[in-house]
Ligand binder design. Structure first.
Ligand code: SF4
Ligand code: SF4
Length: 193
């Protein structure tokens, strides 16, 4: 058994309480007064047909004040010719902790610059936890998350898969930092050598 004495860590911001707070009852009454005041103010607005509490009545209403860095809906980036920048490497699907990314890959022998691409790329929004790890793992900047939130409501979770068409075209984005050769350019270069 380890009997070595130890000193408990003291945090730099450990709270200190006044005697007023230590008495407990006064703070309870203060809390009840704040909660009751907010409740009555909102109730008064409600009965006079105004919007009271800062509640978003989702899904009828959606918030417009998401932070710019909010991890919302996924987007698959496009090459200039509109094809997905994704090379179907499966790294995003592998790292996804919820295991909600499904990818089918196809081989395109006519495109030596990027011969592998996804024929199916789907994300199950009924189980995605919007952690952003798929974005972090992608070596191609082929998948991003934008601040807009997806339309999540559904009566059937089987309908909550977002498909490649929507991922590519809902909010089309391209990666300007990586100008890929056009399809066939690599093949023609090779032929000219
Ligand atoms: S955001 Fe997280 S849970 Fe959702 S698909 Fe990406 S890695 Fe998976
Ligand atoms: S989105 Fe990125 S990580 Fe996922 S398969 Fe495509 S290239 Fe790989």
């Amino acid at each position: 058994m380890n009997t070595k004495p130890h000193t408990r860590k003291v945090y730099w911001n450990a709270p200190t309480m006044t005697w007023w707070e230590r008495a407990y009852l006064f703070e309870i009454l203060r809390g009840l007064a704040i909660t009751g005041g907010v409740f009555l103010a909102n109730m008064w607005k409600w009965v006079t047909f105004r919007k009271g509490a800062l509640t978003t009545y989702y899904p009828e209403e959606t918030r417009a004040d998401y932070a710019a860095g909010n991890r919302g809906k996924h987007v698959l980036t496009q090459r200039p010719d509109g094809t997905p920048q994704c090379i179907a490497c499966n790294m995003c699907a592998t790292v996804c902790p919820a295991q909600v990314i499904e990818i089918d890959a196809v081989f395109d022998p006519d495109d030596p610059a990027h011969p592998k691409r996804p024929s199916r790329f789907e994300i199950d929004y009924s189980r995605c936890i919007f952690c952003g790890l798929c974005v972090e793992a992608c070596p191609e900047d082929a998948i991003r998350m934008v601040k807009e939130v997806p339309e999540l409501t559904s009566l059937d979770r089987r309908n909550m898969w977002i498909k490649m068409d929507e991922l590519l075209t809902w909010n089309p984005q391209s990666d300007v930092a990586k100008p890929y050769p056009a399809k066939g350019a690599a093949a023609s270069r090779k032929g000219a050598q």
